[in-house]
Design a protein around this ligand. Structure first.
Ligand SMILES: C[S@@+](CC[C@H](N)C(=O)[O-])C[C@H]1O[C@@H](n2cnc3c(N)ncnc32)[C@H](O)[C@@H]1O
Length: 260
C-alpha cells in the first residue's frame, strides 16, 4: 500500500503596496509562522519589491527563502515555460510537508501572480490547501494618500488595466464616477490626452510606488507627458460631470409615515 503524500499549505500573504505598516496582522503572523518563504522576481537574482516591503518592516529574510521567476514578457512560450517551472518548483517544495508563504505586493486577489500560481499548483496537486490572506491594494492606499474618495453613497467605481485603450476608458468615464487605471505606464501619454479632451485633468492624480520610500504623487498630470514612469504606477480619475441614471430605491429601508 502506498502512503499518501502530505503537502504543506500554500499561503498567499498580501503585504500591501509598499508601507510595511499596511501589512495585516495575519500576513505578519504567516511570515513568522515557520512557513518557508517564496517571493516573486522578474529576473533571476533580481530584487523583489514584495520582499523589500517585509525587510523595511524589520523581519530578516530567512536563509532558505526561495525566489520564483515570473518574467515580464508577452512571449507566450516563454511565459508558459516560466509558469510551469514556478508551479513545479512550488509543488516540489510543498511535498516536503512544510507550509509555503508566497509574498504578494498589494492584495493577493487583485491582478496578482498568486491566483494563477495557486490554480496551476492545484492542477498539479489537487490536495494542496490554499489560503489567501487579503491586504491593502495599491489603489486603496493611493486614494488614502492623495485624499481621493473612491466612491460615496450611490457613486460607481471601476478598476481596470489601462491596456484596454483610450476608447474603452473614454466610454467608462461616462459610466463610472471614479476610475482606477492600473498598469498605466505604456499608455500614459494617450490617457493624458484623453483626460485633457474630457477636461478631467483637474480631477486626476498619478501615484507611483505608493507607500514606498520612492513614492511620488503628481497632480499636474500633464507634466508627465513624454516621461517613462515606473511600472508600479496608477491614475485615479474622477468624473464629476457624469450623468447618472435613475436608481431603484426598493432595497432601502422604507420611511415610516408620519401621522398627524
Ligand atoms: C500586477 S498589478 C498588482 C496589483 C496589486 N496586487 C494590488 O493589489 O494593487 C501591478 C499594477 O498595480 C499597480 N500598483 C501596484 N503596486 C503599486 C504601487 N505600490 N504604487 C502604485 N501602483 C501600484 C500599478 O498600476 C501596476 O502596474
Amino acid at each position: 500500500m502506498t502512503e499518501q503524500q502530505h503537502y504543506g499549505r500554500l499561503i498567499g500573504a498580501s503585504l500591501g503596496p509598499g508601507d510595511p505598516e499596511l501589512i495585516t496582522r495575519r500576513a505578519w503572523a504567516a511570515l513568522q509562522s515557520g512557513a518557508r518563504w517564496l517571493y516573486p522576481v522578474k529576473k533571476a537574482e533580481e530584487s523583489s519589491y514584495a520582499l523589500a516591503i517585509v525587510e523595511r518592516g524589520g523581519i530578516a529574510v530567512p536563509a532558505d527563502a526561495v525566489e520564483l521567476v515570473f518574467p515580464m514578457t508577452r512571449d507566450a512560450e516563454l511565459l508558459a515555460k516560466a509558469w510551469a517551472r514556478a508551479a513545479t518548483q512550488t509543488v516540489e517544495l510543498l511535498a516536503s510537508g512544510r507550509d509555503l508563504v508566497f509574498l504578494v505586493e498589494g492584495d493577493a486577489s487583485t491582478f496578482a501572480t498568486f491566483g494563477h500560481l495557486a490554480r496551476v499548483v492545484r492542477e498539479l496537486a489537487p490536495e494542496v490547501e490554499v489560503e489567501t490572506i487579503p491586504g491593502v491594494s495599491s489603489f486603496a492606499a493611493a486614494a488614502a494618500t492623495t485624499g481621493v474618495t473612491l466612491a460615496e453613497e450611490d457613486e460607481t467605481f471601476a478598476i481596470i488595466p489601462a491596456a484596454y485603450g483610450v476608447e474603452v476608458i473614454n466610454h467608462l468615464l461616462d459610466e463610472f464616477d471614479t476610475l482606477a487605471l492600473l498598469k498605466v505606464k505604456p499608455l500614459l501619454d494617450e490617457v493624458i490626452d484623453l483626460l485633457e479632451r474630457r477636461e478631467l485633468l483637474a480631477t486626476s492624480v498619478f501615484i507611483e510606488k505608493v507607500g514606498s520610500p520612492e513614492e511620488r504623487i503628481v497632480r499636474d498630470v500633464v507634466s508627465l507627458k513624454g516621461e517613462k514612469v515606473n511600472y508600479l504606477s496608477l491614475l485615479l480619475v474622477q468624473n464629476p460631470k457624469r450623468v447618472r441614471g435613475e436608481l431603484r430605491r426598493g432595497c432601502r429601508k422604507r420611511q415610516v409615515a408620519v401621522t398627524a
